[in-house]
Design a protein around this ligand. Structure first.
Ligand SMILES: Nc1ncnc2c1ncn2[C@@H]1O[C@H](COP(=O)(O)OP(=O)(O)OP(=O)(O)O)[C@@H](O)[C@H]1O
Length: 237
């Protein structure tokens, strides 16, 4: 499989849920939900335990629906898991869950080797991605020696180097100081890829195209950011 160069601003990936639900141990975590997402920047907000991470995990097949279907870019996540994983990158809240290899550049090269990219092209791809995130100087660093913010950026680089068409972020700024938070914000704003971001950082989603508020496993509000955030603030007051 070859990786085409992404266009400067790739077309949005369509996400379609058709009566998709998630039940765990007999408890409904996501109630049957029918929804189509076509925007390039989507925020997911809501209270602790409302189902945001579970919803996000549905999109790259980390969780498959208990009933109904989830399609991403036309692919059924339950039936075409491998292709869905290649299309949808997932950035975990805790980068320790994601970084596998001891050296930053090695960690990034691993997925590329498996994807069939010619070996000679790998170093340049890794370097370009690190430079895009402004962390070229971390290439040869031991992952365990990085600060929390550096690690978060390194984990993001390892996802982006695979050139997913949609990047799902699960609380990407929670561990970060203001400077690194701003950096992640700038990175998300500049992504050519589509992004769906689960967050408690309401400022982060203010510039997005669409924001969903999840409440008790249901989409309780679905609107432009200002209206969705206002709805959520009111609800939490
Ligand atoms: N594997 C699991 N087994 C049992 N319960 C689970 C599992 N995963 C999630 N849950 C439950 O589902 C509910 C929703 O969890 P989820 O992590 O999706 O919420 P969230 O909105 O992302 O929360 P937070 O903002 O606190 O991260 C919670 O009550 C959680 O305990």
């Amino acid at each position: 499989m070859r990786h085409p160069d992404p266009p400067a601003s790739a077309a949005a990936v369509t996400v379609e849920l058709d009566r998709a639900s998630v039940e765990i141990d007999g408890r409904t975590i996501i109630a049957p939900t029918t929804l189509t997402l076509t925007e390039r920047r989507i925020g997911i907000i809501g209270a602790n335990g409302s189902g945001k991470s579970t919803f996000a995990r549905l999109l790259n097949g980390l969780i498959v629906p208990s009933s109904g279907t989830v399609r991403v870019g036309g692919l059924d996540t339950a039936k075409e898991a491998a292709r869905v994983r290649r299309m949808v990158g997932f950035v975990f809240q805790n980068p320790d869950n994601q970084i596998v290899f001891p050296i930053v550049a090695e960690d990034m090269a691993f997925g590329l080797k498996n994807s069939g990219l010619p070996k000679a092209e790998i170093p340049a791809r890794v370097a370009a991605e690190l430079s895009r995130l402004g962390i070229g100087h971390l290439a040869e660093r031991a992952s365990h020696s990085l600060s929390g913010g550096e690690k978060q950026l390194a984990a993001l680089a390892a996802v982006l180097v695979m050139r997913p068409r949609l990047v799902v972020f699960d609380e990407p700024t929670t561990l970060l100081d203001l400077r690194n938070r701003n950096r992640i914000r700038a990175v998300i704003d500049a992504l050519a890829e589509s992004a769906l971001v689960v967050t408690h950082d309401l400022d982060l989603v203010q510039s997005f195209e669409r924001v969903l508020v999840i409440e008790d496993g249901r989409i309780a509000a679905d609107d432009a950011p200002a209206a969705a955030i206002a709805w959520y603030r009111e609800r939490a007051a």
